[in-house]
Design a binder for this molecule. Structure first.
Ligand SMILES: [Zn+2]
Length: 340
């Protein structure tokens, strides 16, 4: 699929805004594109860059001019992408080099575009170096800063760049995006209603996660993982000795911190769905494929037990973040839930 605003998942209002700025000639010289990992920040940056560089007439990007063709082939001389390059941060040298390059006029288009990936990781010195360029940029320069949280940028940077906040997709936007972008792979999963529901819920509106779950093996692993989490949380809430036996088993004791955190997050999502299903049908599911599944799973427990369990799962997650050992956190959780 060619790069253009159509290849950006959801976020119609941002796409319309940018298309209007492009046609009115009111594009800013710098944008912060903010959003969670996998939401489509790079796709939006590519679409803006391609359109800003396009030399066609009418709607841009035209997809046909030399500039669009070079952009598609990733060989456009007026596009520079900088990032961490395997390091933890983007240092001041990277930004200084980029700044020096901005003074060389564009070679093919009327603009030069600089995409800074993981802009959150710029060091303070790098941000200050960027600021110098944002204060008085050459007129043809367009900066696109990609980050998960715009607050990671200096206030002085934020005041000189328009912030575009990308939101996760609705289920229908996600379905549309997957079908459009992944064609037969998406169609194959879509033919199986139950699997498709699992994929949409598992993605939580994130196109990157959804694309990963299009891989059948990844989707089945995700479903299995949820099953065992649900069994564990249910056994904890049932109050028997089983849950304590399970969490003290050697397999659980060897669990990595990230995997334990995942179980707690999934468990909390499951319990939240069960709580909501007792009250209403119209809510966004975050664990179960259907509201009936959530209602059935929660039917044996009172709302009070479910609410207190959700709070305990959250507390345990905080304990893990505060570096409590995995076996201690899980055992303490099982005992606390048993005593509810
Ligand atoms: Zn073009």
């Amino acid at each position: 699929m060619s790069v253009g605003f159509d290849s950006v998942p959801g976020n119609d209002e941002l796409k319309h805004l940018l298309a209007r700025e492009l046609s009115d000639g009111t594009l800013s010289h710098a944008y912060i594109i903010e959003g969670e990992r996998g939401v489509g920040k790079r796709a939006l940056a590519d679409a803006v860059a391609k359109a800003a560089l396009c030399q066609g007439v009418g709607e841009r990007p035209c997809g046909e001019c030399a500039s669009c063709r070079h952009f598609e082939a990733k060989s456009h001389p007026d596009v520079t992408v900088v990032g961490r390059d395997g390091k933890a941060t983007i240092g001041v040298d990277v930004i200084r080099d980029m700044r020096a390059d901005t003074h060389i006029i564009p070679s093919e288009s009327e603009r030069k575009v600089y995409i800074i990936e993981d802009a959150d990781t710029m060091t303070a010195a790098a941000q200050n170096a960027l600021l110098l360029s944002l204060e008085e940029p050459p007129p043809y320069v367009l900066y696109l800063l990609l980050c998960t949280d715009s607050k990671s940028q200096l206030e002085t940077i934020r005041s000189r760049a328009a912030c575009l906040h990308m939101r996760p997709c609705t289920e229908s936007e996600l379905g549309e995006y997957l079908t459009r972008t992944y064609g037969s792979r998406a169609k194959r999963v879509r033919e199986n209603d139950a699997l498709w529901r699992e994929l949409l819920v598992g993605a939580g509106g994130n196109p990157g996660t959804a694309a990963e779950l299009l891989d059948e093996k990844a989707l089945l692993t995700y479903i299995e993982r949820k099953k065992s989490t649900l069994a564990l949380v249910t056994s904890m809430m049932s109050g028997g000795a089983d849950a304590v036996t399970t969490v003290t088993s050697s397999a659980m004791r060897k669990l990595k911190r990230d995997d334990a955190a995942q179980i707690l997050d999934d468990g909390e999502r499951a319990v939240r769905d069960m709580i909501m299903a007792k009250k209403t049908d119209g809510f966004d599911l975050c664990f179960f494929p259907t509201a009936d599944d959530a209602r059935n799973a929660g039917s044996a427990f009172t709302s009070r037990t479910l609410c207190m369990t959700a709070a305990e799962l959250r507390a345990s997650r905080d304990e893990l973040d505060a570096n409590m050992s995995v076996p201690t956190a899980l055992l303490s959780l099982a005992i606390r839930i048993k005593n509810i």
